[in-house]
Ligand binder design. Structure first.
Ligand code: NOJ
Length: 538
């Protein structure tokens, strides 16, 4: 029996990294005007909603995750007025808009942080952040051993001698969520965007926010960000602390005052059961399933990631949110083209480039797209994956913008390679992204993967996504049941409530299948599904 689900439980959401989507004013940076001009494209693609990466006023020292004003749009992207008009216009195209909420930290340009610096030690202004005296003689050492995610100590000293906490870049001071003003401020920010038509929020670093009292050292757990006791309670001093959930409930009660809105958590926690805690009925509506994203190409790893996610969300009456790529990870068309066991991040820094089989990565990306679309739940498409864009692995070092590159002392390449501007046309200086060069250069040959080059070409990635998203609405979102079908070791197969089956051949030998082919990532020969391919069958 099919039933009407709230939209977000089955939505196909498209992630817009606004700096790199479409430049409307020729300054080399994507913006709201550019995005607006591509609403027809997004409508044709068949997505239900967009998640826009931060578009707020920001020095852009971490791509906008360093927010200086949560209630204003950076002039490089537009204005609150153009954002509000854009949200309304998207709605006319049948597309909802999710905005990004960044509650763990502000930018150092935020007026609260500027006021805290000016007011000095012991002031109420400093209480909104984590300011502490240093340790060691003269307080010259950081207060404790916490490490920042991008590298180096998580503390930085200010001229009057105190230190402030920044779990990410030095430009991103962590807010003190024990402070009542911080809580009220964010509830008000939620209302601000909901009142302007936003359909909800993607919440940044949802597993952070709360810090252990007394700021204990992490000791030998320094880099263990997923540490748990046997009871499943986080023992880590700043990740996944139990106090987070009360904050989330406060946000949920704000959202519950608006019709049809949702929030999705970006939470990198120890396991699926920990994630499910964020999905209880009075907390998040959804949380990205990173275990699926991280699963190695293989029947065993992918099936178990799917099974675990379905099993852990069931008791809280939630449903998984599937994703293959985003602006923080190496694009999956590249990841899937590397041999098993190669650490993609390390490879990106200094690995042997001849290890990459791009054609294989592309072929697997096609199959993965059909798997993603066939699963029960919601799914996210990261801009450019519908074009099969690979990671830009050879960006010149002097254009790298991700703070990770500098903070890690050049030991981690960073995330610029998945943030390169979208190629729209075959000709043009930045393949139609803008009228001139783009803020990050596109690699040679990208115009061959442009929207213009792929539109109407039946075997293109773009047409596979278009056909898949359209068919998904017909055959996969009406009923959320999934039944596993026994399959050979290298394959996975399941039947959805409509009776349509999805078969993925993750091995190399052809697999014989039967039924009417609705959509396939590669042509079938004599009823055989080739290796590294997927098919939907009735
Ligand atoms: C997660 C975001 O996705 C990432 O891009 C950002 O650098 C960190 N959070 C810090 O805000």
């Amino acid at each position: 029996m099919s039933r009407i689900e709230p939209w977000w439980r089955t939505a196909a959401v498209y992630q817009v990294y606004i700096r790199s989507f479409k430049d409307g004013d020729g300054d080399g940076t994507g913006d709201i005007a550019g995005l607006r001009s591509r609403l027809p494209y997004l409508g044709d693609l068949g997505v239900d909603a967009l998640w826009i990466n931060p578009w707020y006023v920001s020095p852009l020292l971490d791509g906008g995750y360093d927010v200086a004003d949560y209630r204003d749009i950076d002039p490089r992207f537009g204005s609150v007025q153009s954002a509000t008009e854009f949200i309304a216009e998207a709605k006319r195209h049948g597309i909802k808009v999710l905005v990004d909420l960044v509650p763990n930290h502000t930018s150092w340009d935020h007026q609260w942080f500027q006021a805290a610096l000016a007011a000095g030690p012991g002031s109420p202004e400093r209480d909104r952040y984590h300011f502490l005296p240093g340790s060691g003689p003269g307080g010259a050492e950081p207060p404790n051993d916490w490490r920042a995610v991008f590298g180096g100590s998580a503390w930085r000293r200010v001229p009057d001698g105190e230190w402030y906490l920044h779990l990410f870049d030095i430009s991103q001071p962590d807010l003190n969520w024990e402070h009542p003003e911080v809580r009220l401020e964010f509830e008000d920010i939620l209302r601000f965007w909901l009142d302007r038509g936003a359909a909800g929020f993607r919440v940044d670093v949802a597993h952070s926010l709360v810090k252990a009292p007394g700021y204990p050292d992490t000791g030998d757990k320094a880099n263990e960000d997923r540490l748990l006791t046997a009871e499943g309670e986080s023992q880590h001093p700043f990740w996944d602390r139990p106090g987070i959930h009360a904050i989330v409930r406060g946000w949920r009660s704000v959202l519950d005052g608006y019709p049809d809105v949702m929030m999705v958590a970006e939470a990198w926690v120890a396991n699926q059961d920990r994630l499910a805690a964020y999905l209880r009925p009075d907390e998040y509506h959804q949380a990205f399933d990173f275990e699926f994203l991280e699963a190695a190409w293989g029947a065993e790893s992918m099936r178990s990631a799917i099974e675990e996610s379905l099993a852990s969300t069931r008791p809280v009456n939630s449903i998984p949110t599937w994703v293959l790529s985003n602006h923080d990870v190496i694009r999956h068309a590249t990841r899937y083209g590397l041999p098993q066991g190669v650490d993609a991040k390390q490879w990106l820094l200094d690995g042997d480039r001849s290890l990459l089989d791009s054609a294989l990565g592309n072929r697997r990306a096609r199959a993965a797209a059909l798997l993603l679309m066939a699963l029960p739940g919601s799914m996210y498409v990261y801009q450019g994956e519908e074009l099969g864009l690979p990671e830009a692995t050879e960006l010149p070092l002097d254009v790298l913008d991700d703070p990770t590159w500098v903070r890690s002392n050049h030991t981690v390449k960073g995330r610029d390679g998945c943030r390169v501007p979208i190629p729209w046309t075959i000709d043009g200086l930045s393949a139609g992204f803008g009228s001139g060069p783009s803020w990050l250069p596109q690699p040679d040959g990208w115009s061959a993967m442009s929207v213009e080059a792929q539109a109407g070409v039946e075997e293109s990635m773009l047409e596979l996504y278009r056909a898949g998203l359209a068919l998904r609405k017909e055959v996969f979102v009406g009923d959320l049941a999934l039944e596993w079908i026994p399959s050979p070791a290298d394959a996975i197969e399941f039947r959805r409530g409509s009776g349509v089956r999805c078969v993925v051949n993750l091995g190399t030998e052809p697999l014989s299948v039967n039924g009417e082919v609705l959509l396939a990532s590669e042509p079938l020969a004599d009823g055989s599904l080739p290796g590294n391919a997927a098919v939907w069958l009735r």
